[in-house]
Ligand binder design. Structure first.
Ligand code: TPP
Length: 716
C-alpha cells in the first residue's frame, strides 16, 4: 500500500532543523543514495518498533520476537557502506549493522521478513533476524554474523589474510585492493576476538579496517568499563602498524572524511586502520530491553539532541538537494518500506519439515552450493580412492600426517597449513617439519598465540574459498577457541546453506608415552561429537590417518582431526602407507579382529591396548576400531553385537557422558533383544589426567584392566 505522507520517524527526526552554515557536501559520495538508505533504515526500525509497541492490537504473527534498532548508528554506517564496493570486500558485522547491509544489497523485504522469522531471507527462520549474512557472489559480502559479541573480528582478519593469499599466491588480480571491514560496538573492544584480530592485522599488516561504533553503552554498561577512559582510539594511538582515526559519527562531513581516509589507507596496501566514531543509541539496546531502567530522562534527552539524521538533512539540504527532493526521498522510502512490509508479512512461515537440513553438506546436485570451501567441481577433480595401495612402506603416525599434508599442499594450491610453531619449527610434535621450507611461509606459517585467532582466521579463509588446516597445539588449548569452533559447526545450518566453513583442525591429545597431565593429555572428544555440524576423526594408525585426513581436507564439512599423543610419540600406530590418493570415508569403522562372544569397541590409542587384551581370548572377542566418532558407524557395531550378544566399550575420556555412553545407549535401544549381558563401559572414573606415571596408570584403563573386564563380562 503506497503512502502519501513521509514516515513518522523521518518527519520527527527531520524537522525542525536549524540550518547551520557548514561545509559543502563532500564530493565522491552518492549522498542521495546515502539519504535513501538512512531513511530506509529508520523506517524499518519505526515499522518494527511501532508493531511491537502496539502488540495488544496487532496480529501475533506481525510481532518481531527479537527486535533491534540501529537508530543513531545509521548515518555513519551507511556512509561506511557506500565505500565497501570491491568485488572481494567483506564485512564482518554484528546485530546493529542492518543499515550497512542495506547499502550492500539487502532488500527491504528480506530486512523485514527475516526478523519476522519468515521463510527465505538469510536464515529461513532459523536465526534472529538481525544476525544476518549476505552471500553476494560477485560483489562485497557480509560474513555470517554470530550472536556472540566480538566473534566477528577474527574471521574478518582471516578474510583479510585470504585477500593477500588470493592475490599473492594464487595470482588472482581481481583481489587487488580488496579489504575486510569489521564493525563492532565499543563494548566489543573488551573481547578476546578484538585483540586477537588486532594482533593479526597489525603483525601481518593486513588489509583490514576496524570500525568501532561508540554509543557509550554495552547493554547498560558504560564504555569506561570496556577500555580505560572509554576511548579505544586514544588508547591505541601508539599501536604499531595501525592508522587510528577518531571522530564524531553524527557529523556526516567528519565521518565521511575519516572513513574515506581509513578505507583508502587499507585499500592501498598500507596496512590496517581503526576508526572510532561516537554516536548516540536512540533506542533501548533491543526490544526486550528498557533503557529507562538504567538511564535517566536527562541522559536519554541529551542523546536525542545528537540524532545524526537531522544533521544529515541539514548537510545536504539545500546545498545538494532541494527541500522538495528530500521530501521526495522520504516519500519514496515510505512507499518502498510499506510495500516491503506487506510482502514480508505475506511470506509463508518456514517449513518445519526442512529443519534438519544443512547441519551437514548435502552434495545432491539440486541443492545449491554454499559460499565457502572448495566447489563440488574442485573437490571431485581431486579424485581419490578408498582402496589402499598394497605395497606401501611402513611409516609412523606423525610421518603419515606429514606426508598427507605435503601431498595435499602439492596437488591443491588452496591448502594452507598453520598454527603456533607450525612453520619454522615444524610444530611442537614436528608433524609439519620441513613443510614451510618446501612450500613457503604464505602456505605454511606460524600464527600469533591465540586459538580464537587460529580458528577465526581459518573460518574467514575458508569462506574465501581456501582449505585451511589449522593446528591447535594440544587439545586442551582449543578451549579459548570454543566460541569460533561452535559457530563454525552451526554456520551452514543457521545460514540456511548460504555459508559454510569447511576447515580442518588438527589437534594432538590424549596420554603420552609414560606421561600425562591435565593440560597436554586431555582427550574429551565427546565435546566435538556433541557439537553441531562437526566431523570428528580419531585414527588409531598411520594408514587411517592418511585416509581420514585427506577425506577431511576434501570435505565440505568442518573436521576435528585428533592426533593421539601416544601414537605421535611411539611406533604403536605404524602402518603401511596406503598411497597418495587414499581417502577413507568418515563413519566406516574397522573390524580389527572377528570374535564370537563379545564385541569390544574403542578408538584412538586404546585400540592398541584393546588389541593386546582381545588377543588373549582366542576367537571369542571381536574388536572394532570406530575411527570416527562423528559420524559413527552404528551399523557395524550393531551387527557385530547381534552376533556376539555382548558389548564392551573402552575409552580414555571420562566415563560420565563419554562417547561410550552414546554407544551403550544405542546398543541398548537397537540390539536389546540380542544381548546376553548388560553393556559394559571401561573408562577413567571422571578424574583428570595426572602427571606421575604411577598416577597416570592408575587412571587409564590398561591391558590387565581390559582383560579383567572382558573375563567378567564373558562369565555373565
Ligand atoms: C560473548 C557475548 N557476551 C555477552 C553477550 C550479550 N550482549 C549482547 S549485546 C551486548 C552489549 C554489546 O555492546 P556493544 O558492543 O557496545 O554494541 P552495541 O549494542 O552498543 O551496539 C551484550 C553484553 C553476547 N551477545 N555475546
Amino acid at each position: 500500500m503506497a503512502s502519501k505522507s513521509p514516515p513518522k520517524a523521518a518527519k520527527k527526526a527531520a524537522r525542525p532543523v536549524a540550518r547551520e552554515a557548514g561545509p559543502a557536501p563532500r564530493v565522491g559520495f552518492d549522498w542521495r543514495r546515502i539519504a535513501y538508505h538512512v531513511l530506509a533504515s529508520r523506517a524499518l526500525d519505526d515499522a518494527e518498533e511501532a508493531t511491537n509497541r502496539n502488540r495488544a492490537s496487532v496480529p501475533k504473527e506481525h510481532l518481531v520476537l527479537y527486535q533491534f534498532s540501529a537508530r543513531g548508528h545509521d548515518v555513519a554506517q551507511v556512509i561506511l557502506g557506500s565505500l565497501i564496493t570491491g568485488r572481494h570486500d567483506a564485512a564482518g558485522a554484528y546485530y546493529r549493522s542492518r543499515p550497512l547491509l542495506l547499502t550492500l544489497g539487502l532488500t527491504l523485504e528480506d530486512a523485514l521478513g527475516s526478523p519476522l522469522g519468515r521463510a527465505g531471507g538469510f536464515s529461513d527462520g532459523r536465526d534472529i533476524g538481525v544476525v544476518c549474512n549476505l552471500p553476494t557472489r560477485d560483489g562485497p559480502i557480509v560474513l555470517p554474523m554470530s550472536g556472540d559479541v566480538g566473534s566477528q573480528y577474527t574471521p574478518t582478519a582471516g578474510w583479510a589474510q585470504a585477500i593477500t593469499y588470493h592475490r599473492g599466491v594464487l595470482g588472482d588480480d581481481s583481489w587487488n585492493g580488496s579489504i575486510g571491514v569489521a564493525l563492532g560496538g565499543e563494548g566489543s573492544v573488551a573481547t578476546n576476538g578484538f585483540w586477537s584480530a588486532l594482533t593479526m592485522a597489525t603483525t601481518l599488516e593486513l588489509p583490514m579496517l576496524f570500525y568501532i561504533e561508540d554509543n557509550g553503552l554495552g547493554i547498560s554498561v558504560t564504555g569506561d568499563m570496556q577500555t580505560p577512559g572509554g576511548n579505544i582510539a586514544r588508547n591505541l594511538a601508539s599501536f604499531e602498524n595501525l592508522l587510528v582515526r577518531d571522530g564524531d559519527g553524527t557529523d556526516p562531513h567528519e565521518t565521511s572524511g575519516l572513513v574515506a581516509e581509513a578505507v583508502g589507507h587499507v585499500r592501498s596496501g598500507r596496512g590496517p586502520a581503526l576508526v572510532h566514531l561516537t554516536m548516540p543509541r536512540l533506542c533501548s539496546h533491543s526490544g526486550p530491553d528498557n533503557q529507562r531502567a538504567y538511564r535517566s530522562d536527562a541522559e536519554i534527552e541529551a542523546d536525542a539532541t545528537r540524532d545524526p539524521l537531522p544533521r544529515l538533512e541539514a548537510y545536504l539540504v539545500p546545498a545538494l538537494l532541494s527541500p522538495d527532493e528530500w521530501t521526495a526521498i522520504e516519500a519514496e522510502v515510505a512507499r518502498d518500506v510499506e510495500a516491503a512490509l506487506t510482502a514480508a508479512r505475506a511470506r509463508p512461515n518456514p517449513d518445519p519439515t526442512t529443519i534438519g537440513q544443512h547441519v551437514y553438506a548435502d552434495d545432491s546436485p539440486e541443492v545449491p552450493e554454499a559460499l565457502g570451501g572448495m566447489s563440488r567441481a574442485e573437490r571431485s577433480a581431486l579424485g581419490g580412492t578408498d582402496a589402499p595401495q598394497e605395497e606401501g612402506d611402513r611409516l609412523r603416525f606423525a610421518e603419515a600426517v606429514r606426508l598427507t599434508l605435503r601431498r595435499e599442499l602439492e596437488v591443491n594450491p588452496k591448502v594452507v597449513v598453520f598454527g603456533e610453531d607450525v612453520g619454522r619449527k615444524g610444530g611442537v610434535h614436528l608433524v609439519t617439519e620441513g613443510l614451510q621450507k618446501q612450500f613457503g611461509n604464505e602456505r605454511v606459517f606460524d600464527t600469533s598465540l591465540s586459538e580464537e585467532g587460529i580458528i577465526g582466521r581459518a573460518v574467514g579463509m575458508a569462506i574465501s574459498g581456501l582449505v585451511p588446516v589449522a593446528e591447535i597445539q594440544f587439545r586442551k588449548y582449543a578451549d579459548p577457541a570454543a566460541e569460533q569452533l561452535n559457530n563454525t559447526g552451526t554456520m551452514r545450518w543457521r545460514t540456511a546453506n548460504h555459508f559454510a566453513a569447511p576447515i580442518v583442525v588438527r589437534m594432538p591429545g590424549g596420554f603420552g608415552k609414560d606421561v600425562g597431565d591435565p593440560w597436554h593429555s586431555l582427550s574429551d572428544e565427546v565435546r566435538f561429537a556433541h557439537a553441531y555440524g562437526w566431523q570428528v576423526a580419531i585414527p588409531s594408525n598411520a594408514a587411517d590417518a592418511v585416509g581420514l585426513l585427506r577425506a577431511a581436507m576434501r570435505s565440505p564439512n568442518p573436521t576435528v582431526f585428533f592426533e593421539h599423543r601416544s601414537l605421535l610419540m611411539t611406533g604403536d600406530g605404524s602402518a603401511r602407507y596406503p598411497g597418495d590418493d587414499y581417502v577413507l570415508p568418515f563413519g566406516r569403522a574397522r573390524i580389527v579382529r572377528q570374535g564370537s562372544d563379545l564385541t569390544l569397541v574403542t578408538w584412538g590409542a586404546m585400540v592398541h591396548r584393546c588389541a593386546e587384551a582381545a588377543a588373549q581370548f582366542d576367537e571369542r572377542v571381536a574388536l572394532i576400531d570406530l575411527r570416527t566418532v562423528a559420524p559413527w558407524d552404528r551399523e557395524t557395531i550393531l551387527s557385530s553385537v547381534k552376533t556376539t550378544g555382548r558389548c564392551m566399550i573402552v575409552h580414555e575420556d571420562n566415563i560420565t557422558a563419554g562417547f561410550g555412553a552414546e554407544i551403550a545407549g544405542t546398543v541398548a535401544q537397537d540390539a536389546f533383544w540380542y544381548l546376553d549381558a548388560p553393556v559394559e563401559r571401561l573408562a577413567p572414573n571422571d578424574i583428570p589426567m595426572p602427571y606421575h606415571p604411577v598416577l597416570l596408570d592408575a587412571v587409564l584403563p590398561d591391558v590387565s584392566d581390559i582383560v579383567a573386564r572382558i573375563e567378567r563380562l564373558l562369565s555373565v
